[in-house]
Unconditional design. Structure first.
Length: 312
């Protein structure tokens, strides 16, 4: 299966230029059965990345553009009376797919955002006391514009905690921008994207990732990092147990992407800030000193001793 992952990375790189580290982490999140939050200014490729990944993985895809008038039933589905049979029939919502692109998730109401909580955590929706499982694999890739942009509002902590990672695409550098412009002179590479892996193979890869070995020393290292976020004087809300479990799963996926069946401390360091930064709430001192969550987390990583790997 390693060649499939390599091919997936290569094909995604032909569509999304110069963002290999970001796209690799999105693939990791999918393999770890996690959800992805992409926060950035409009026009840097957030939606294109989600569309490309969906096509290359052969997944069923739905997109919902979140606006103030979107209601929870648009997301979860609803039941309606069918006169011919005399029964209430469930009509699926946007979540009944393998990959849901929740575009501009912070432009809709809190009630509609909350409709995603159950399905993101448990892989099912409950409508009128009936539970409906979503297809597998299932992943939500949500995009949001920076807080303060017109018509946006902050996501609540409970919603943010459901996302395994939060990433920022950023602008491409000069060389990659020129290459992007050249590739799109006559056609859009996304239009020619073909599946290089099936959704059944994605499930198999997810099962393999789950079996990646984590030594007790690594588990102790992750627990120490989590506790450090809770005890830091500038952090009001540290890493929750759900977030710590997400860090474990993402770390396994990072090791798997390097074709290892065991985790090393560098795997933890590679994904630590991406898994934890969006879950942190900083106190007023951090804001006064212009300290970001990522700055503080990098400091915690530097100050926490990593376990030795055999052979070092």
């Amino acid at each position: 299966m390693a060649d499939k992952i390599t091919q997936l990375q290569k094909e995604l790189g032909t569509i999304i230029k110069g963002k290999k580290e970001v796209t690799d982490k999105i693939i990791m999140a999918v393999l770890a059965r996690g959800h992805v939050l992409l926060e950035d200014v409009p026009g840097v490729g957030k939606t294109t990345t989600a569309l490309a990944l969906c096509r290359l993985m052969g997944m069923d895809f739905n997109r919902i553009q979140f606006t103030p008038d979107v209601v929870p039933s648009d997301v979860t589905g609803f039941t309606m009376y069918e006169k011919q049979t005399g029964r209430f029939i469930y009509r699926p919502g946007a979540v009944m797919c393998n990959m849901l692109l929740a575009d501009e998730i912070n432009r809709t109401s809190s009630k509609t955002q909350a409709a995603l909580l159950e399905v993101m955590e448990e892989g099912k929706v409950t409508v009128d006391n009936e539970t409906h499982p979503v297809p597998q694999p299932f992943v939500v890739i949500a995009t949001e514009n920076p807080t303060g942009s017109s018509g946006t509002q902050m996501l609540p902590e409970s919603q943010l905690d459901r996302f395994m990672i939060s990433l920022s695409m950023g602008y491409p550098d000069h060389e990659n921008l020129v290459e992007l412009l050249r590739d799109r002179q006559t056609k859009n590479p996304l239009e020619n994207a073909k599946a290089v892996i099936t959704k059944e193979e994605v499930v198999m890869l997810q099962d393999q990732v789950q079996k990646v070995y984590m030594a007790d020393s690594i588990l102790n290292y992750i627990a120490t990092l989590a506790e450090a976020t809770r005890n830091h004087p500038m952090i009001t809300l540290g890493l929750s147990p759900r977030g710590t479990l997400a860090l474990c799963r993402m770390t396994k996926a990072a090791a798997f992407m390097e074709e290892r069946d065991y985790v090393i401390p560098e795997d933890v360091k590679r994904v630590f800030t991406d898994v934890t930064a969006h879950r942190m709430i900083l106190d007023s001192r951090a804001r006064y000193q212009e300290q970001s969550a990522k700055d503080i987390l990098e400091e915690i990583l530097k100050d926490t001793s990593a376990p030795k790997v055999e052979g070092e």
